[in-house]
Design a protein around this ligand. Structure first.
Ligand SMILES: [Zn+2]
Length: 334
């Protein structure tokens, strides 16, 4: 990461007590707005000493559960309820979130493939740089709320990355389970351009989510999102626990490498033989690639290459070669 300072400005004062809801100003000089800036909503609720936790959503703009949950939290959370500091970035890749797309409508940037970012780079790189170099160093944990977006559907899950082959850090695992999603899964660190990798570089804890998807929200997924946010606030000691609230026990799972993922081997129409939540075996036929435009062509079977439970699937029937059709997770003993 470059040592150069961010170009984003804001009137937010991170040391000030109380509630601030304002915009980050990202300079963007365009054909329709010379000297203009893009306003990215940001909020802080601070009350005295205590931990700082960063809540993010809209890292991918077509993942709405977290964006809605954080918008509601910004309205309801007051400084008197808080001990410490809550920083909220509810539409992190703002151009993507406004367009309702995964990637930026300005530079096509995928924010979660843009860390550590660049203060002199594209709009998306500038946002990534701000998050990693300004926001994360203030926090002890980041909660980055994702979902399946338009092209995937998840069993609502929370997730954390861990070292391949290594045991998870107990404090990190406790935070993952505290989110209270139906599934809590661990993945190995891999990709170094994600918010999770950024958090690791900055030495802070990172909890992610995959809350649903298909470009929709449901009362159920929104409930998981909102209860998860409350659970995180309570877990990190930022708010007093609400008495009498029953917390869900997550099913602890693991998502490994390539063999856990099912990709389309060719273009076509995928006819699935499985549903979300099904337990499947390695070698089991997952479905048939149909070629509806060539009625006499034989369909091609596609098989799972790992035992596991389908926690994610692509809802769209038409696929291109390389599209992710599903991914599996396996149970972890607790
Ligand atoms: Zn995402």
């Amino acid at each position: 990461m470059t040592a150069q300072p961010t170009r984003l400005q804001s009137d937010i004062d991170f040391n000030r007590e109380g509630k601030q809801v304002t915009y980050l100003r990202l300079p963007y000089s365009s054909n329709v707005s010379a000297y203009g800036w893009i306003g990215i909503p940001i909020a802080q609720i601070k009350n005295g000493p205590g931990p700082t936790v960063l809540f993010m959503a809209g890292n991918h703009g077509d993942e709405f559960e977290g964006q809605i949950a954080l918008a509601k939290l910004i309205r309801r959370l007051e400084p008197k309820d808080v001990k410490g500091r809550v920083i909220l970035l509810p539409m992190a890749n703002f151009p993507a979130a406004m367009a309702g797309y995964r990637t930026s409508s300005i530079d096509a940037g995928n924010l979660n493939r843009s860390f550590p970012g660049d203060p002199n780079g594209s709009v998306t790189q500038m946002i990534a740089h701000y998050i990693e170099s300004v926001l994360m160093p203030m926090a002890m944990a980041v909660i980055d709320m994702h979902s399946g977006g338009r092209t995937l559907h998840y069993i609502p899950s929370a997730l954390m990355a861990k070292d391949a082959g290594g045991e998870p850090d107990p404090k990190h695992l406790a935070a993952l389970l505290a989110f209270g999603a139906p599934v809590a899964y661990m993945v190995n660190f891999g990709e170094n351009r994600t918010s999770s990798a950024a958090a690791r570089r900055q030495g802070i804890m990172s909890i992610g989510t995959e809350l649903g998807g298909t470009g929709q929200v449901s009362p159920e997924t929104l409930k998981v999102a909102e209860q998860g946010v409350q659970n995180m606030l309570e877990h990190f000691g930022l708010v007093q626990p609400v008495a009498g609230r029953v917390k869900r026990q997550s099913r602890l799972m693991y998502v490994g490498g390539f063999e856990y993922y099912l990709h389309a081997p060719t273009r076509g129409w995928f006819e699935p033989f499985f549903d979300l939540g099904d337990a499947v075996k390695s070698g089991q036929v997952a479905g048939m690639m149909q070629f509806l435009d060539e009625p006499l062509r034989d369909p091609v079977p596609v098989a799972f290459s790992q035992d596991g439970v389908v926690i994610c699937r692509r809802p769209h029937v038409q696929v291109e070669r390389g599209d992710c059709i599903a991914h599996l997770a396996t149970d972890v003993k607790r």
